[in-house]
Ligand binder design. Sequence first.
Ligand code: BGC
Ligand code: BGC
Length: 652
Amino acid sequence: MRNNQKYNFFGFAILLGLIAGSGSSVCLAAQTEAEDLTNIDNWPQIESPFPHDSQTEDYITKIINTMSLKEKVGQMIIVELPFINAEDLAKFPIGAVLNGGDSSPGGYKNTPLAEWVSLADKFHDIVKTRDGAYIPLLWGTDAVHGQNKIIGATIFPHNIGLGATHNPPLIRKIGVATAQEVIVSGQNWVFAPTLAVAQNYSWGRTYESYSSDPAIVEKIAPEIVKGLQGEIGIDFLSDRHVIATAKHFVGDGGTTDGRDQGNTSINEETLVKTHAAGYEPAIQAGVQTIMASYSSWNGVKMHENHYLIADVLKGRMGFDGFVVGDWNGHAQVPGCSKSSCPQAINAGVDMLMVTEPWKELYFNTIKQVENGEIHLERVDDAVRRILRVKYRAGLFNQPHPSLRPGGGDPSILGNMANRSLARQAVRQSLVLLKNQDDVLPIPANSRVLVVGKGANDIGMQSGGWTLTWQGGIDRNESFPKGESILQGLQRAIEASGGKVSFSENGDFTERPDYVVMVFGETPYAEMKGDINTLSFSQLNGQPLELLKKLKSASLPIISVFLSGRPLWVTPEMIHSDAFVAAWLPGTEGAGVADVLVRKPNGEINFDFEGRLSFPWPDSPEASELSKPLFPLDYGLRYQHEPTADKRLPKEN
Ligand code: BGC
Ligand code: BGC
């Protein structure tokens, strides 16, 4: 079954060099260099949680035996939506599609739910009736914090906030809820969870990481996988679950200077202990697909790393699902392009993710198998893995996507149960970093002035990967069921007999008892979110000016900081009486007021429970995290701990 295991690493590289000619000599050199530094015993040896099942394997063998080379190669390609339509799908035996961060049926943003579902049904019919063996279609989507492509869905806090909850069972429930809302729009596969262990906050994907601490990622990984996919032996890949993807294998969070898609230059032990920590438990929980990382390890692109993908992941770590490439990730392998990359397939990537030149990739790959650049055995192994996942997921017997439980039902998107789960996650993710003179929680009957750009902006509080790739294009209008932080504060404060006034720029006529200032990073996603300093005021100086102005009026200030990573905000903290790290909470902004505001009878409503899952920096230099301002696990409580913070420098 694992044909690729037959070749030892070095023999494989030579073989490749011989058959592919001069083009692969670079690859040979690079892999030889990497090999010198590796020892497979560094990696955990895992027995697959799926014992060999001859019934399944025989079923797959029967199908494979009927498949033409074209059909096999078609299974190994996943095409992004705007580049493939119904006619193409009828003509070409493509096995999977995705909508990317910015693509959707119709190709425009905010596509109505009905269009998603009808396209999923249509694709299902086409694939069912086209020539050749019937192999159901996979449709993947980046549901990285809820079904974040669809208007009205519940948007959960990004992973960085979930890490701060230190509550894996809650994260598992979020996986269940996410699967439920993804099924509504007709998809059967999600490109989540991200198991990156981000080490450098300059990286614009830090918020997709649960923690910089591998021990935390290790605890969360199996729970989110079980939530999305169900649990082996109980409800694994039932009709209420979706296929999950652990990503990005491996070392995505360790690139030099935190550059996205960069090079992770570390020894193998660190790669295993830090960056691979989530994969062992994810595999044991049964994760079915793993996405190769754009990044390189010691100069070798992950998409060409036969040792890590074939030998380590599929061999030593017992992974019997399939490896999907990242979005045109194969094109970054030296000697490859979007339309041709035998190297990636030979390295063990089973399915290549591609955009406009997918037909060229399809024809080129067929040719490369015919001329021996790619062995038919490798193709058969890839197809077997892909079919195995489709079979395990029950897709061969599944009806139209709209007929799955909840399929096409808009009332399931953003339903009350999922929203209150998200609200609980928001509450538990908040980390209290400063609470001078116990200014929090806000007493009943208070007059509160809410200020700042983040106060009434659900798009901003949700961050990247929200409706669009980079996020942030809409404030509140595209979130019919969500609530901004302001709306939550208004409800809670008014219920306790107080009064809220809102002024984004901080102007006021009536002097308030308290100011709540909501500010922070504006949305971004991969690539665009990389920064060169951790100094928030250097990136955005306006909030500090406003804080100084309000402080000079001697008003008690409660800062709520929205961010996809810890940043150096010491100046902003000095000018705040209380400071709350709120991360990127998503649509349920009301969870903030739950903790900040006392009950009408004066009691504490909810105490803080969040603790840092990333140390908080004491310097604008990303490289200086060894002496943090607040260490991992830090987080004040109303009730159990001293609230006056002694670590912060005094206001001057
Ligand atoms: C990202 C992946 C994502 C894929 C599909 C890539 O650019 O790195 O995390 O799953 O696009 O949108
Ligand atoms: C796509 C994303 C993808 C990114 C990669 C975007 O246009 O929508 O899905 O991750 O490009 O660069």
